[in-house]
Ligand binder design. Structure first.
Ligand SMILES: NC(=O)c1ccc[n+]([C@@H]2O[C@H](COP(=O)([O-])OP(=O)(O)OC[C@H]3O[C@@H](n4cnc5c(N)ncnc54)[C@H](O)[C@@H]3O)[C@@H](O)[C@H]2O)c1
Length: 378
């Protein structure tokens, strides 16, 4: 391993949900040093947070444009190489686009942009930039999710016929029933979140998990959304039927008002020979189901797992892998790509996953709006 990769952070301040996950994950495999940031739009808060976490303040900038301008003045070997974009959704596109145009690598939070059109523009920008781009569908980094992908690829399930991904949360319950509160949350504001709350925020993870684990593409969808108040018609719940092929069907179910649910992401894939089931809140168990044998439980770190899964574990079996490790595995893959080393294409979600995600979000909104009709993905 060479020198540490110079990482910049946009958003993810002390007031944020996701900032700590990226900061810790970037440090887990000793590949990155955080050298610059705009953690918050308010400069004082920005500098105060940098001091709090003990990062030198000389490259804490007042805003994103200044970060790009000032970093480009530095000699290449000192400059930020990759930026993590952890802001609310509407800022992902302008930030990621400008970063790519100026030669930076990008690690972007999901949903990658707020529209499909922006996603395609970003894809063109990346083709010209030829830098590394990752979308942090965090859960793909778990060793047992990687194991699912590899088992399916190796034919352990035979022909797949049913897929079912669920992402149930209940946190919007504490906000949605209060008129004042529901007008202040960015996830319920289409100008900041994009056209969907629930499908855009969490349904898209479930969608991505289906395509990541099966290696198949979802071809068409039919969505039925729910909102609870007329003054905020952003979806807070939805069910999407999916067709992957003539005889491969399933669903994505997502909710932010599933009372009492925390981060209930789960996925089940059923084939002619076996079924696989995995749950994010118990991520170290992968259930292998069969018609003629007792159910088996696969766990991380054992030699029976695939190379891709084993690459994502750092300690012997019995040391649980969690969400920080999962994100760290994505950062590890990105580090290898930036250094020009060999890596498995399952190590991190790419621009294509980002584009597919926006296609799914927009198509599900369209399907719901048109009265729950089938819509083909592009
Ligand atoms: N991968 C995952 O599992 C996962 C989980 C949670 C959130 N997310 C995504 O991460 C992103 C952020 O979500 P969050 O929950 O952390 O949001 P948040 O509202 O908790 O935090 C957003 C942060 O961005 C900062 N910010 C806002 N405008 C900025 C600007 N102009 N310049 C710099 N910083 C700015 C805020 O000050 C804050 O620190 C969203 O796109 C969300 O979808 C992904």
């Amino acid at each position: 391993m060479g020198k540490k990769i110079k990482l910049g952070i946009l958003g993810g301040g002390g007031d944020s949900l996701i900032g700590v996950l990226h900061r810790v994950a970037s440090q887990i495999n000793d590949n990155y040093e955080i050298v610059g940031a705009v953690f918050n739009p308010d400069f004082e808060a920005n500098v105060a947070f940098a001091k709090e976490i003990d990062i030198p303040t000389n490259r804490i900038y007042k805003d994103f444009d200044t970060l790009v301008e000032e970093e480009l003045k530095l000699p290449k070997e000192e400059r930020i190489q990759v930026c993590s974009v952890l802001t609310p959704n509407f800022l992902h596109f302008p930030m990621a686009k400008k970063l790519l145009e100026n030669g930076f690598h990008v690690i972007c939070e999901k949903p990658m942009t707020t529209t499909y059109e922006e996603a395609v523009i970003l894809q063109d920008t990346l083709e010209k930039a030829k830098t590394v781009f990752a979308v942090t569908h965090t859960y793909t980094g778990y060793p047992m999710v990687r194991q699912m992908r590899e088992m399916i690829k190796a034919g352990a399930l035979g022909k797949i016929h049913k897929v079912d991904a669920q992402y149930y949360q209940g946190w919007i319950n504490t906000i949605i029933h209060d008129k004042a509160k529901r007008s202040t949350v960015w996830r319920l504001d289409p100008k900041k979140a994009g056209i969907s709350s629930c499908m855009g925020d969490i349904g898209v993870h479930a969608f991505n998990m289906i395509e990541y684990t099966t290696g198949l593409k979802i071809k068409s969808i039919l969505a039925d959304f729910n909102y609870l108040y007329e003054d905020n018609q952003m979806d807070v719940d939805g069910t999407v039927l999916i067709r992957m092929d003539k005889h491969v069907k399933g669903l994505v179910r997502a909710s932010q008002v599933a009372t009492g649910e925390e981060n209930g992401l789960s996925i089940a894939i059923y084939g002619e020979k076996a079924g696989l089931r995995w749950e994010q809140e118990n991520p170290n168990y992968l259930y292998v189901l069969s018609d003629d044998k007792p159910a088996q439980v696969y766990k991380p770190g054992h030699a029976y797992n695939s190379d891709l899964s084993l690459d994502g574990t750092k300690l012997p079996p019995g040391h649980p892998e969690g969400i920080f490790d999962s994100m760290a595995n994505i950062y590890l893959g990105v580090a290898r790509a930036i250094r020009g080393e060999e890596y498995n294409d399952g190590e991190f979600p790419t621009m294509m996953d980002g584009v597919r995600g926006l296609d799914f979000i927009e198509s599900s909104v369209e399907s719901n709006k048109k009265g729950n009709v089938w819509v083909d993905l592009k």
